[in-house]
Design a binder for this molecule. Structure first.
Ligand code: HEM
Length: 239
């Protein structure tokens, strides 16, 4: 191969500009890969735990499967679908990224809400634990974000009645609050004795705490991009 300008190939010609943005891109792609791996571990372990006694599932195990697939798998992937560095949607057109996001969020919200309501109906006294209280916060914000998401989807058509950013910024904030509340509820779930005992070897519950750490890590990686978007949209709107 004949190279007219060898410097252009190794990037040194654009030192400081090309190299920096390339390094940042590698960093963002690596974080994206890490988020997918952590989602797989957390959701996978929860499903193995829920099926530990085989079928049929009791109500507690059923709510674990539905809530974890809803919040930590579908909603997480739904938020990631819009991220420019997300591996499996990077080649999609914007319109298809939005469609993917909408479908995943609707499916995730329905599963998570059904899982939560089933467990609520199974209990005689509701919201008497921190696990249940944070799950309620997640449910309320998920519902608001879902309704708000539809006005964001049709922001262009509704622009005469609602300025675009008026539905988009709250949609991002409500979605992030719902996702973080679901994480906190999940961590209180991991703190239950029966989960810690299942994971614990010789009464060492390190794995349950590692699960909390992994769930917190992927939640943080996932919410960074929408928070930057909400912040820059707010700054632009104020200027
Ligand atoms: C994001 C995931 C989860 C969500 C959104 C969720 C949601 C809920 C909800 C809404 C309730 C009913 C609360 C009430 O009516 O008082 C509940 C109860 C319960 N959940 Fe979960 N759950 C999740 C994960 C887990 C996990 C991973 C475990 C265990 C390993 C678990 C164990 C329990 C237990 C034992 C109860 C009954 C006691 C209580 O209300 O605190 N949950 N959950």
């Amino acid at each position: 191969m004949v190279v007219a300008d060898p410097e252009a190939v190794n990037g040194s010609k654009f030192e400081g500009v090309e190299t920096d943005s390339y390094a940042l891109r590698i960093f963002q792609s690596t974080l994206n890969l890490l988020a997918h791996i952590l989602i797989g571990i957390v959701v996978g372990v929860c499903i193995v735990f829920a099926f530990r006694n085989g079928l049929p599932l009791n109500m507690t195990n059923m709510h674990i499967v539905l809530c974890v697939i809803g919040y930590q798998l579908l909603m997480a992937e739904g938020i990631l679908a819009l991220c420019p560095h997300n591996s499996w949607t990077a080649g999609f057109r914007l319109v298809d990224k939005r469609r993917t996001h909408t479908i995943l969020q609707i499916m995730g919200s329905v599963l998570a809400i059904v899982g939560s309501v089933l467990k609520m109906l199974d209990k005689s006294t509701n919201f008497n634990t921190l696990h249940g209280q944070f799950a309620l916060v997640a449910m309320v914000f998920t519902t608001v974000s879902l309704v708000n998401g539809l006005t964001s989807l049709y922001a262009y058509e509704l622009r005469k009645c609602i300025p675009g950013n008026f539905s988009k910024i709250p949609h991002i904030i409500f979605g992030v609050v719902a996702f973080v509340a679901a994480l906190i509820s999940l961590c209180y779930g991991f703190d239950y004795g029966f989960f810690k005992t299942w994971t614990g070897l010789n009464q060492h519950y390190g794995f349950a705490y590692a699960m909390m750490g992994m769930a917190a890590a992927f939640t943080f990686i996932i919410i960074v991009n929408p928070m930057i978007t909400a912040f820059s949209k707010t700054v632009r709107m104020c200027n």
